[in-house]
Design a protein around this ligand. Structure first.
Ligand SMILES: Cc1ncc(COP(=O)(O)O)c(C=O)c1O
Length: 411
């Protein structure tokens, strides 16, 4: 057995099932294992490696800033925070930003902001504030967040949880309307449910939900930790429906795949409920994170990656649909956040991903029958062709195996 795998097995918490593959190097859209085999990265670390591995501009920004100044106490100022915040706010049309590190922390920040706004501005009685969330959500792993997860494994045995959340079915505007009681302060939603299996709501849902929030004086908070920063073909996925959220969480790609950088950005009315000492983080908004984050934002613009992701995502979806495979229930997604939903009578997603891996395409199954495809936004047409050919090859081989098995059974 690979020694590193042995060590991991012995000394690490068992909160991940171990994949047999050990990756040692990444370059652009490619990953390399210990044997020197090359894989096309169709996972990009859950959208965190949106610019490919080791993007030269991001690496240069990281090294340059690390050599100059990486971290000071947030009690002191450094030069990079203001310009990073200005660029981010300008690009996503928000007034203020509060930088954190992980996606879950950005979501926690949003929850705190919305609750405090509820008490201080909307006038809700203390400790009565409710936030509406969607079934099948994924917003992270803190105890507050898993408390409103509909995934049993994420919740079970980690309680007790607070009851400040109301869950409604995703995409169901009537259920959202019915849940709008006077104590509701916020609606927290992923514009496309990522971990939930790349679930795209029906057109108009987000716009209707945002309108409902406005009518009920409720803050519309988009969790764009996975969908944001170009992944779906727009800077914010909400913009596909011309929705400007009151608050938005970003993470993953904001750190350029090099370090954890997240943020909660919001309108002034919401963010200004925070006063010194209310909230913070040792590493949130550090000099290194700000410098890399700002380079990420510049790169998104100069390389026109939103447009590229939109076009190539459409190409990928169209080419997969054109296979007209009876093994597929559907191919769905937005931009470069796509999924093949397999008919479990033909394929388990785990086996399909193993077959892709054997053909040098790396990705991860979710929800038993969903194969997700979320490559770096820098992927090319030729790479898309490689993926579609690998998928077609697996389907062909699967059918041949099935045919042989049927012949043996009937012999
Ligand atoms: C929509 C969404 N929100 C929040 C998170 C949590 O991010 P992190 O793992 O960085 O805490 C994720 C992670 O997958 C996510 O997809």
């Amino acid at each position: 057995m690979d020694h590193s795998l042995e060590l991991e097995q012995q000394y690490c918490a068992r909160n991940y099932s171990l994949h047999p593959l050990t990756l040692v190097r990444g370059e652009g859209v490619w990953l390399y294992d210990t044997e020197g085999r090359r894989y096309l990265d169709m996972m990009s670390a859950y959208s965190a490696v949106s610019f490919g591995h080791g993007h030269p501009r991001l690496l240069a920004a990281l090294v340059e800033q690390a050599q100059r100044l990486a971290l000071v106490s947030r009690a002191f100022r450094h030069e990079g925070l203001g310009s990073f915040a200005q660029r981010l706010c300008t690009m996503i049309k928000m007034d203020r930003v509060l930088p954190m590190n992980t996606g879950a922390e950005a979501v926690e920040t949003a929850i705190k902001a919305v609750r405090k706004w509820g008490y201080k501005v909307k006038g809700i009685a203390r400790n009565r504030a409710k936030i509406i969330v969607c079934a099948n959500n994924f917003h992270g792993r803190t105890t507050t967040i898993v408390g409103f997860s509909s995934q049993a494994q994420y919740r079970d045995d980690f309680g007790p949880f607070d009851n400040g959340f109301i869950s409604v079915p995703f995409g169901d505007i009537a259920a959202l309307r019915a849940a709008m009681t006077p104590d509701v302060v916020g609606f927290l939603v992923e514009p496309v449910q990522g971990e939930g299996g790349i679930v795209v709501p029906a057109p108009g849902y987000l716009a209707q939900a945002a309108a409902l929030c406005r009518q009920n004086k409720v803050m519309f908070i988009a969790d764009e930790v996975q969908t944001g920063l170009g992944r779906t073909g727009k800077l914010l996925a909400c913009w596909h429906e011309d929705v400007q959220p009151d608050g938005v969480t970003l993470g993953k790609a904001l750190g350029g795949g090099l370090l954890p950088v997240s943020a909660f950005a919001a309108c002034a009315e919401l963010m200004d409920v925070f006063t010194p000492g209310d909230h913070g983080s040792t590493f949130g908004g550090n000099a290194l994170a700000c410098h890399v984050g700002e380079e990420v934002l510049k790169l998104l613009e100069s390389e026109q990656l939103c447009e590229h992701a939109y076009r190539l995502g459409n190409d990928l979806q169209m080419q997969l649909k054109a296979l007209a495979a009876p093994e597929f229930i559907e191919v769905r997604g937005l931009g470069l956040l796509q999924a093949i939903v397999l008919d479990p009578q033909h394929w388990q997603a785990r086996d399909f991903c193993a077959a892709l891996c054997a053909r040098g395409v790396l990705t991860k199954d979710t929800h038993g029958n969903v194969v997700r495809l979320s490559p770096p936004l820098t992927i090319s047409e030729a790479h898309i062709k490689t993926v579609v050919e690998a998928v077609a090859d697996i389907l062909r081989e699967g059918r041949q195996t099935q045919k042989r098995a049927n012949m043996t059974a009937s012999a």
